[in-house]
Design a protein around this ligand. Structure first.
Ligand SMILES: [Zn+2]
Length: 274
């Protein structure tokens, strides 16, 4: 399943290639995606120029000239790839946007948990998928102060809070474990008991693990064509995740595992005291 760093990398690649391109036609397969979209709705973007491509959480937003937004989510197996319009359609190509330059942006999704929707820019923040999203972890608004205030009234373990998209978006299970190790905070620590200093360290660590992963992605996906490649977590250098029983890279004691909210959580008892 594509994670935030991957979606960010895909966004950058799409932006480089598609910003300024004009959509001249659209086509749909007869298979339903996670949410259905009608040919009529999709047709409203014909003739429109793509003025920008943004990311919000794990959603891609294509801004169009006529104040519409094409919203896309990759689900489990969704991917975008670019082909010449004359190139044969592949199995699982569900949406095709023909561009004025003779190319086609194709949305291919084997399991069809992904989807595409068209929305009015003015109503974007009220869209069902976007309205309850928390802060973006890579933006300045996510910092120690922000995390400190969001943790004051909750008895949840900090790891669960970090993975709550209503609080902060895009911090997946692996990233949460890695960031808490980097910050020296036990994953089970009750959020309201965190000090401001710990919140600062966690916010910095979250940004660092995500940025490291984006950097990896930048080298993995060198050009747009590779958007078609394998998806999942980028090959990160993991300090704790999946390393139960192996030596901690800081203190050499064995890494532990526990389960929080049904998810495997890895940490060092010695470096991350409760
Ligand atoms: Zn350690």
């Amino acid at each position: 399943m594509p994670e935030l760093p991957e979606v960010e990398t895909i966004k950058r690649a799409l932006k480089k290639t598609l910003q300024g391109a004009t959509i001249t036609n659209v086509a749909l397969s007869n298979k339903r995606l996670r949410f259905p979209i009608s040919k009529n709705a999709l047709s409203t973007i014909i003739g429109q120029r793509i003025t920008g491509i943004r990311r919000r959480a794990k959603y891609l937003l294509f801004d169009l000239e006529n104040n519409l937004i094409l919203l896309a989510h990759l689900g489990m197996t969704g991917k975008f790839y670019l082909a010449h319009a004359s190139e044969q359609i592949r199995q699982h190509d569900h949406i095709r946007l023909t561009l004025a330059n003779g190319h086609e942006l194709r949305f291919n999704d084997v399991r069809r948990f992904g989807f595409v929707d068209i929305l009015q820019r003015d109503h974007a923040n009220k869209h069902d998928r976007l309205k309850n999203l928390g802060v973006e972890p890579l933006e300045k608004t996510f910092n120690g102060q922000c995390l400190f205030s969001k943790t004051r009234k909750t008895k949840k373990p900090i790891k669960n809070l970090l993975m709550d998209a209503k609080v902060v978006v895009g911090v997946g299970n692996i990233y949460a474990s890695e960031a808490l190790f980097m910050a020296g905070v036990h994953p089970k620590k009750i959020a309201s008991n965190l000090t401001k200093e710990q919140c600062n360290r966690i916010a910095i660590a979250v940004k660092q693990v995500l940025n490291d992963s984006i950097k990896q992605g930048g080298t993995t996906l060198k050009d747009f064509a590779s958007l078609n490649g394998e998806q999942g977590y980028f090959a990160m250098r993991l300090q704790v995740y999946g390393r139960r029983g192996e030596n901690c890279t800081v203190c050499s004691k064995p890494i532990d595992r526990l389960v929080l909210a049904g998810r495997s959580t890895f940490f060092c008892k010695n470096c991350q005291k409760l």
